[in-house]
Design a protein around this ligand. Structure first.
Ligand code: ATP
Ligand code: MP5
Length: 275
């Protein structure tokens, strides 16, 4: 009875304050009852005030991380986060294609919500042409939807059109995340387009808090964890949105400024109401 416990993989950058990146992914995997493995792509130094330094990992080291996991663990779903530059994206694409790590959730991390660039501008086309077509699920935030679909989002119809455009580029299921910086906002809404053409809007209450570091990481990690357990796609996505909302809604006092969300708040909750 080896290797039967659900195992998920995050391919991402380490964020030293633990609020985002690989650390947020691993908090989420743990909270959803899934074992978490990690391929570290870059190291970021920062705290709740911002990011202050960043170093990419050598690709031969990344190759070794993939090889060691493939030789031993049974990874049932994987996600990508920060990939820093074109060389790293190409290396991760090569390794993922050689491995058998199940569905891939791509969080196209380009810039943090506080304006720190985590992907070199020159790497954007590589992300779009090499990584995006491998995405079982693509989870762009509002800014990334506009950038990837090369459009300006001013209405729900614009968002729907952008999601279809990203599906035409090769991503199978899309969660196009709506804005949460609108005046007098009461709800947050994301548009979901599934592989079979079904689509729907996911809505949850807006929480007025600065403690939202790692929300996108945690959303994509929660989907990955659920897919690793065999949860159907629509349910995995709906549950992940509820998970993140619970974690934002009950903040913990960590750091002075833009703090982390509370992964414990949603730990192992069944969310039977949304199934
Ligand atoms: N203040 C908030 N209240 C409620 N939900 C929120 C809030 N902020 C973000 N969310 C939700 O969190 C999820 C992640 O979206 P977000 O746009 O923050 O991703 P992101 O920018 O990729 O995140 P990050 O880069 O910080 O990890 C979305 O479903 C979004 O609606
Ligand atoms: C290594 C890493 N990956 C992703 C993020 C997302 O950042 P934010 O939550 O601030 O948008 C981050 N801060 N660090």
């Amino acid at each position: 009875m080896t290797n039967t416990f659900p195992q998920a993989l995050t391919i991402a950058g380490s964020d030293s304050d633990g609020s985002a990146g690989m650390q947020a992914d691993l908090h989420t995997f743990f909270a959803r009852g899934v074992y978490g493995a990690s391929v570290i792509t870059a190291c970021v130094a920062g705290n709740s005030y911002g990011i202050h330094a960043s170093v990419p990992m050598p690709t031969d080291f990344i190759d070794q991380e993939f090889a060691d996991l493939a030789a031993d663990y049974h990874i049932r779903a994987a996600k990508t986060g920060m990939l820093a530059d074109s060389e790293l994206i190409n290396d991760v694409v090569k390794n993922y294609q050689q491995a058998d790590f199940g569905p891939l959730v791509v969080d196209p991390v380009i810039m943090t919500k506080h304006g720190n660039q985590l992907l070199e501008e020159s790497a954007f086309q590589t992300l779009r042409t090499q990584l995006l077509p491998l995405a079982t699920v693509l989870t762009p935030n509002f800014f990334e939807v506009e950038k990837i679909a090369e459009t300006t989002i001013k209405s729900d119809d614009d968002m729907v059109a952008a999601a279809h455009r990203m599906q035409q580029m090769g991503a199978k299921n899309i969660i196009a995340k709506g804005s949460h910086a609108l005046p007098d906002q009461t709800m947050v809404r994301d548009f979901v387009l599934l592989e079979n053409g079904d689509s729907f809007w996911l809505s949850q209450p807006y929480h007025a808090t600065d403690r939202v570091n790692g929300t996108g990481d945690s959303l994509s990690a929660c989907i990955t964890a659920e897919l690793a357990k065999g949860t159907p796609m629509r349910q995995a996505i709906t549950l992940a949105k509820a998970f993140v909302n619970t974690a934002i809604g009950q903040p913990i006092e960590v750091g002075h400024k833009f703090g982390p969300i509370n992964h414990w708040a949603a730990q192992n909750r069944d969310y039977d109401d949304i199934r």
